[in-house]
Design a protein around this ligand. Structure first.
Ligand code: SF4
Length: 472
């Protein structure tokens, strides 16, 4: 689970059950309404936009109220047990609607569907259709099967499917930020991770289709694209003419669309992130100076058991390269504590790595064994829950101190902020994000609106937010 995360797109623990509404007119309305709820990573949310696009072409209109839906889909996450439990609880809530409207179709999409396959239909009687992440083109047929009184399953994984030709409709869009998938699947086989089993082999999408999608978004008024992949650094696409493009090349290609289009990406893999990528980031002001670089553990033995294919020294070398080429670049990470056989000294090495990097932000979890993974087959989940809990608290405490320190360092700086919306706390304030992905709140000014870039003088901060005022 490389977390494909941004503050507006947290992983399964923090982003949950968001209902999505289509902002594209449906040309040939079939009178049926679709409700999609997504869990987990940004890739899932991006996939829901592909699903909505496929069904909009079939005449489905989206709704944000599941009670009026004819088709309910939950796009699921399998990364942790509690993510799956939340989906099961949610299904119970749909039961009453289904009793009221027996013709309603309830479908489970995504990683949990892929992991459990037809077993899902036995375990959850309410569910009519189970569809894996590579089978969304088949949804119209599957819905037809259900309309005909059968249950339907398609969990075939593909080596080619990238949905490159499907122009995803934007769901619940603010018209400013959009996710763009550049690849699917993962070949890395980290021992704790279900993704290689639920999302299949790695495939890179046609670079021209990516650039076209980003260009179309910019022309439609969007100001920021986030290029998504489980491991963007292993992006590799070869054209029919034999021209090969790597991630640095793609990044440059997208950055050149327009200097006013901000470019973000996630997720990087420490074994694959190259100096070429860092130098490309340096070359273009519109590529945000923010890298999510999951460490998972600061100890080389645990990293080997996790099959991460880098060690502590390699990771530090990559951090040093980022600091050398991109001074001031924000870095975030993922940490798993209490992995199989992790000793106290090894846990201390994770803490010392955190001190070394002083991350701006981190997603931190206790190890949770997932059925079917290499770790579940090979290693005992032998760290007691209370030890995992205590180690996690130590990690979280340290990260909170580092996050706060990183924000304090920015006081007095002038930062370019993309205004995204009115602040949740006060209608009088705007909220936006800096290049380094920090949330910045400042008094609204009628001269500017969401989607505009403004220079903000950072005057103070809370533990999670920068506060300032527009200058100039
Ligand atoms: S296998 Fe590893 S690299 Fe691939 S998605 Fe899982 S954690 Fe990320």
């Amino acid at each position: 689970m490389m977390n494909l995360d941004f503050p507006n797109s947290k992983h399964d623990e923090s982003r949950q059950g968001e209902a999505l509404v289509l902002d594209k007119p449906v040309l040939k309305n079939n009178g049926r309404k679709l409700y999609i709820e997504s869990y987990g990573c940004a890739m899932n949310f991006s996939d829901s936009e592909i699903v909505a696009s496929i069904l909009a072409d079939q005449g489905f209109e989206t709704t944000s109220d599941f009670k009026e839906a004819d088709v309910i889909f939950i796009n699921t996450c399998s990364i942790r047990e509690n993510a799956e439990q939340r989906v099961r609880n949610r299904l119970k809530e749909f039961k009453v609607s289904k009793m009221r409207n027996p013709g309603m179709v309830v479908g489970v999409l995504g990683c949990m569907a892929e992991r459990l396959k037809a077993k899902f239909l036995e375990e959850e009687k309410l569910v009519d259709v189970v569809v894996g992440p590579d089978a969304y083109r088949d949804l119209p047929n599957l819905i037809e099967q259900v309309d005909g009184g059968q249950k339907a399953v398609n969990v075939l994984l593909s080596r080619e499917e990238t949905y490159a030709d499907i122009s995803p409709v934007r769901l619940n869009s603010n018209g400013i930020n959009a996710f763009v998938s550049i690849m699917r699947g993962c070949d890395n086989m980290c021992s704790f991770c279900v993704v290689p089993f639920t999302r299949g082999r790695e495939r890179s999408r046609d670079a021209f289709s990516i650039v076209k999608e980003c260009g179309d978004l910019f022309n439609a008024g969007y100001k920021e694209v986030t290029l998504l992949g489980q491991n963007v650094d292993s992006y590799k696409w070869t054209s029919e003419e034999g021209i090969t493009m790597n991630f640095a090349g793609l990044l440059e290609f997208v950055a050149l669309i327009n200097p006013k289009l901000r470019v973000r990406f996630s997720t990087s893999h420490p074994k694959d992130i190259t100096d070429e990528v860092l130098l490309t980031m340096k070359k273009y002001d519109n590529i945000c100076k923010y890298i999510h670089l999951p460490i998972q553990s600061g100890n080389s033995r645990i990293l080997e058991l996790m099959n991460r294919t880098y060690d502590r020294a390699w990771y530090m070398n990559r951090i040093d390269a980022i600091r050398r080429i991109l001074p001031g670049c924000a870095i975030s990470t993922d940490v798993i504590t209490g992995f199989c056989s992790e000793t106290e000294e090894e846990h201390q090495e994770t803490l010392s790595m955190m001190d070394y990097v002083q991350y701006d932000f981190a997603y931190m979890f206790m190890y949770s064994e997932r059925p079917g993974t290499l770790a579940a087959k090979r290693y005992a989940d032998d760290i007691p829950e209370e030890v995992k809990g205590r180690r996690l608290r130590e990690i979280v405490d340290k990260q909170q101190a580092h996050s706060y320190k990183r924000l304090l360092e920015q006081i007095g700086q002038v930062q370019q902020v993309l205004i995204e919306k009115r602040s949740k706390k006060s209608e009088l304030d705007y909220s936006g994000r800096s290049d380094k992905n920090a949330t910045v709140v400042f008094p609204a000014d009628d001269r500017f609106k969401p989607g505009d870039y403004v220079d903000v003088l950072i005057e103070k901060c809370t533990t999670a937010t920068l506060i300032g005022k527009i200058i100039g």
